[in-house]
Design a protein around this ligand. Structure first.
Ligand SMILES: Nc1nc2c(ncn2[C@@H]2O[C@H](COP(=O)(O)OP(=O)(O)O)[C@@H](O)[C@H]2O)c(=O)[nH]1
Ligand SMILES: [Mg+2]
Length: 293
């Protein structure tokens, strides 16, 4: 008799647990809808100080070739949509040789745009200058990016950008890194310097996106980035042409990247800002940088 009651109790407990589990899943599904809606309805005017002259959020992607920048754009557009048909907006390349040559912009909403900056396989000083020129928005979108290998060509490019100066974009740097790769000591130094300069130029610590989450030990790489000063590290598995069945975890990870970028924008907009002044500061940084190299 006692055994029977015990069994019944166990069964009840199991049902309770299942009930809790499914409740949790429903909650997560709701969270996703809320998260998506929050992103889709994001406005720069919501803070106490208003938009302060900014009209767009520019999520700028950086990282070495083949690390998943174009795929991240495709993934973001995919998770913000409600259907299951995957479209390749930014061309993702099969091999490491594929280069994104043109600096292309992909709107996610009326306010948020993602920019696929040209990736590179290694960085020399002039290539680094080009990276900062992209970060500072000194290279027009839609224009072919060519590494300038001399001082005057570099200065000329920046002067040219003054013809149509852009200071209404709120820049958020995002650095994409493939966890299957091993970071060399040299690469680590490069990335660290890049992160510090991002803070100087934009006031934002770049968001680190670790791609190929399920292909290697991302926790180890995450640790390395945190030790380098990263504030946010998000590991994701991009949706690709080959693999795009929407799952809760994968979709959540990708939405979190956009969400944390917007949190940064909201935070910075609580402080008084001056877009024109900031562009001048970025330009000063650029000039200094070019002079140094
Ligand atoms: N399995 C997997 N493949 C990925 C992931 N991210 C990118 N890829 C693949 O890696 C290759 C290079 O990606 P791509 O987005 O072109 O890199 P980019 O050069 O930084 O723009 C493509 O074949 C992508 O399909 C990921 O998170 N997981
Ligand atoms: Mg690409």
């Amino acid at each position: 008799m006692a055994a029977k009651t015990q069994k019944m109790e166990q069964k009840k407990e199991k049902l309770r647990k299942i009930g809790k589990e499914s409740k949790k899943n429903i909650l997560s599904a709701m969270d996703i809808r809320q998260l998506r809606d929050k992103i889709l309805s994001f406005s720069l005017d919501d803070g106490d100080l208003g938009s302060q002259g900014y009209t767009k959020v520019l999520l700028q992607l950086f990282g070495y070739t083949g690390h998943g920048k174009s795929s991240l754009i495709n993934s973001c557009k995919y998770v913000l949509g409600k259907g299951e048909s995957f479209k390749e907006h930014a061309e993702a390349e099969e091999t490491d040789h594929g280069l994104t040559m043109v600096r292309n912009a992909y709107p996610l909403t009326d306010v948020i745009t993602m920019v696929d900056n040209r990736g590179c396989s290694k960085l020399n000083d002039f290539e680094r200058a080009e990276v900062y020129a992209q970060l500072g928005n000194f290279i027009p979108i839609g224009e072919k990016v060519e590494w300038k290998d001399n001082y005057s060509a570099m200065m000329e490019a920046i002067e040219k950008s003054e013809l149509e100066p852009n200071f209404s974009d709120f820049i958020v740097p995002i650095f994409v890194y493939n966890v299957r790769k091993q970071m060399s000591a040299e690469e680590k130094q490069d990335v660290k310097t890049f992160m510090e300069n991002c803070i100087k130029m934009t006031g934002i610590v770049p968001i680190i996106v670790l791609s190929f989450k399920t292909s290697a030990d991302y926790l180890e790489i995450e640790k390395q980035f945190r030790l380098m000063g990263a504030e946010t590290v998000i590991a994701i598995d991009n949706y690709t042409k080959m693999s795009h069945i929407k799952t809760l975890g994968r979709t959540t990870d990708i939405l979190m990247v956009i969400d944390i970028a917007l949190k940064n924008v909201r935070f910075r907009l609580e402080l008084p800002r001056n877009p024109k002044r900031e562009r001048i500061e970025r330009k000063k940084f650029m000039y200094n940088y070019i002079h140094q190299i």
